[in-house]
Design a protein around this ligand. Structure first.
Ligand code: 13P
Length: 360
């Protein structure tokens, strides 16, 4: 179908996802990845447990106040809720809260031929148009594709990795827009490494410039797209860790040099920051934007930093405790998206959520 058919709808969906004081819940862990989360709380990775957990997320009363959209894994998009929620489709439960359902459409990363050690390309383009149409029919209105880049003393990212991942993101974005889904464009730069924040900023400027050039070549409709970048911060092993204010200033500088004003929202991933640090950095980014001005909504699309304490409190047993923890972090990040979060004003688990070479 032609992109023109969907322009108005894409812009409206993107605007809804960019509502002030909101962000996205990234609950699109693949079956393997959710298994690692369940392992940590001693829970079997069964279909019934995944259903129970995603039902818990969808039935958290009040979540829609600070969560505008949820990214789902394919299984969840077609799954019904557990018996205590009445067995309705899980997507319906999110929609009843005014939360727009979205879907992870990439099929994961593979080693990049000709790239440097550890570099990858993102798979899932073959058959993507047909899958996107099926997801749209099931209620999904946006999509996510996660390309991964790393920084290393050995020369990562290579030019090949930057160009290949930018091109893949652009092809994906154009393909899903033609099926009515707003693309979340996610060029994640891993926190692995000991590089400083200035190095991250230089690499991220190069990556984002390349991504927006590729989107332009593909004719992607920017008003109907969203960016999901990492925050500009130092490598996890850098001896000099920046303050949230430094992250705020560097991130805003990087974005204002590279991201067109036509993009409605920038929704950050948490990337291994702890729950509280992710909120404080997002808050600082918005504080910096209030000083200097920014054309986009600056929100969140957190996975680990929204779900960690929820999982810890739930443990497969205590739904109310899990939901209270989720709601607390959703409120914290909603406030941070307005630059109004006060450190420690919502409970969190301060565990480090960094995992080397993280896959989603
Ligand atoms: P984290 O917030 O856990 O980094 O994950 C967000 C996400 O969706 C990565 O693709």
């Amino acid at each position: 179908m032609a992109l023109d058919t969907f322009r108005d709808e894409l812009a409206a969906t993107a605007a809804a996802l960019a509502a002030p004081g909101t962000g996205l819940l990234a609950a699109d862990e693949s079956t393997g990845t959710i298994g690692k989360r369940f392992d940590a709380i001693g829970l079997e990775n069964s279909e019934a447990n995944r259903r129970a957990y995603r039902t818990l997320l969808a039935t958290t009363a009040g979540l829609g106040a600070s969560i505008s959209g949820v990214i789902l894994y394919e299984e969840t998009l077609f799954q019904t809720s557990s018996a205590e929620a009445g067995g309705a489709p899980i997507v319906d439960l999110f929609q009843q809260q005014g939360i727009v359902p979205g879907i992870k459409v990439d099929l994961g990363v593979e080693p990049l031929p000709g790239g440097l050690e550890g570099e990858s390309w993102c798979t899932g383009l073959r058959g993507l148009a047909e899958r996107a149409a099926r997801y749209y029919a099931q209620g999904a209105r946006f999509a996510k594709w996660r390309a991964v880049l790393r920084i290393s003393a050995a020369g990562c990212p290579s030019e090949l990795a930057v160009r290949e991942n930018a091109w893949g993101l652009a092809r994906y974005a154009r393909t899903v827009q033609e099926q009515g889904l707003v693309p979340i464009v996610e060029p994640e730069i891993l926190m692995d490494g000991d590089h400083d924040i200035a190095t991250t900023a230089a690499v991220q400027e190069w990556v984002l410039r390349s991504v927006y050039e590729a989107l332009a070549v593909h004719g992607v409709f920017l008003e109907g797209s969203l960016l999901k970048p990492s925050m500009t911060t130092a490598g996890a092993d850098c001896p000099e860790q920046p303050s949230p204010e430094q992250v705020g200033d560097f991130t805003l500088r990087t974005l204002s040099r590279t991201v067109p004003a036509a993009v409605p929202a920038i929704l950050f991933l948490s990337g291994g920051l702890s729950e509280e640090d992710a909120s404080l950095c997002l808050n600082a980014i918005n504080a910096a934007a209030a000083d200097t001005g920014a054309p986009w909504h600056l929100g969140f699309s957190f996975g680990r930093a929204l779900q960690h304490s929820c999982l810890q409190h739930w443990r497969g047993l205590d739904r109310d405790a899990g939901q209270a923890a989720l709601l607390a972090r959703a409120r914290a990040n909603g406030a941070a998206s307005r630059g109004g979060y006060r450190a420690g004003s919502e409970p969190s688990d301060d565990a480090t959520l960094f995992v080397a070479n993280y896959s989603y």
